[in-house]
Design a protein around this ligand. Sequence first.
Ligand code: NI
Length: 256
Amino acid sequence: MYIDTHVHLNAHQYDEDLQEVIDRALEAKVDYMVVIGFDRKTIERAITLAEQYKFIYAVVGWHPVDAIDCTDEDLKWIEELAAHPKVVAIGETGLDYHWDKSPHEVQQEVFRKQIRLAQKVNLPIVIHNRDATEDVVRILQEENAEKTGGVMHCYGGSVETAKICINLNFMISLGGPVTFKNAKTPKEVATEIPLEYLLIETDAPYLTPHPYRGKRNEPAHVVLVAEEIARLKSISIEEVARVTTENAIKFYKLPV
Ligand code: NI
């Protein structure tokens, strides 16, 4: 079995055919899915899905791209939701310097507030990082993020930075990009980082793995990520499935 540790089944891209997408995931032995919220609407939807399906869990938090829209009231609401029995982490939070919508200082402030919130409610954090590795790692260190630990979602950095994150009590999560032919660093990370520190994810509907690149992604495709890790490590896909599933259960404290 597999666990898709980061998927946006709460995104509008699944409005038409969510049940079919879920059925295909279960068919592919993706037995659990962790749905990540990133703003008011998607957080509400993540909770609804987690209440509707016993194999779906929710993560609640505010995306750095939209940090400018995040109010203290929103954070208070996220803190309250953290007590929900199916909420397993805070996120996705972090920094995204690729898009210009929210100034860096605003992103950093909302990021720090969510790290502190996670410590208050004692849940791990799910980190989104785009073009901001240095600041993400510095803030994690300054805020003692190792207290709760977390996961570097869809990790795209170097092996060296991955080791720093692991020392900070973070997991490294690999997604579709590891399957791309030209993805040199994700393949290095998959090869070099021991399996016990790896999670697998789709980030669907985004980051569709090879050979479906360009189409909408879905949780069933997490198997393709596992396959590529198995190939790179020269081990069986069964072992990748078994260990990454154990890792996900332990990381999110899933009651299975
Ligand atoms: Ni995501």
